[in-house]
Design a protein around this ligand. Sequence first.
Ligand code: R5P
Length: 284
Amino acid sequence: MVIIGGPASQLLAGRVAAELNETLALCDYRTFPDGESYSQIQSELDDNIIIIQSTPTDRDLVYLLQLLDICQGRPVKLVMPYFGYARQDKIFQPGEPMTARAVATALNPFLKDGSVFLVNIHAPSIMIHFHCPAESLDATSLLAGKIAAMGLHDPVVISPDKGAMNMARTAARALGCDCDFLQKTRLSGTEVSMAPQDVAVAGRDVVIFDDMIATGGTMATAITMLRRQGAKRVYLAAVHPVLTGSAVLKLYRSGVEAVLATDTLDKGVSTVSVAPLIARAIKS
Ligand code: R5P
């Protein structure tokens, strides 16, 4: 088996290779002076190839296409820990693309005898756009495991909307506590408001679970609201720490106690590794 770590997933690829005790390919990634991307796999390939590459940016998607092109003709297991454009899973307004489908369509020709592993995909409907076996792995219990070890006071798990309620239920089961959700209204691309809910959080430690934190707007509003309702400490647990711009500042200004996230994206808050989850999925 050869594990190819894309530029956005080098640390995670290293961790998966260590979990599986398999070879990590030597790769070179560069940018040409005109801004185009360049990839080279310098190790020998066999017919058991794992590519691990998140696609938080368009450039990362191009690197992934290049890696797949190098491996074409061989069966590839593609691991996309963070699948960019997952929130463009529908045509919201006339004249818009369904970009999540466009991305899957671009990848399909390289995956004829392959398979895809995603992690907590934002919308499960995206999976049907892959023409090969596709699976979304669930990292919720890994995050919950870390939280369980923190000894929280009378914890309650909150989902910032109905969409993350499944995650919240799984986490609450693992922690043996209650869960609830907040009603969210998106005001613009970067602003959200939350209608007050009658959540019994006073004097309790609250953990907000979501699939991703992007601008931090959703979480910052939720933290502020829950603190106003008397929550003792508010923790955030998210699978994908996209964290654009000043998201981290926003969260700490709102009074978050700690932010926990996985290494589907390699950020300072990525303290929970999904490597064991991915290694198990590859083995099975
Ligand atoms: C939305 O449906 C997602 O689950 C997240 O709640 C959202 O994408 C977070 O975005 P932001 O951090 O920009 O508020």
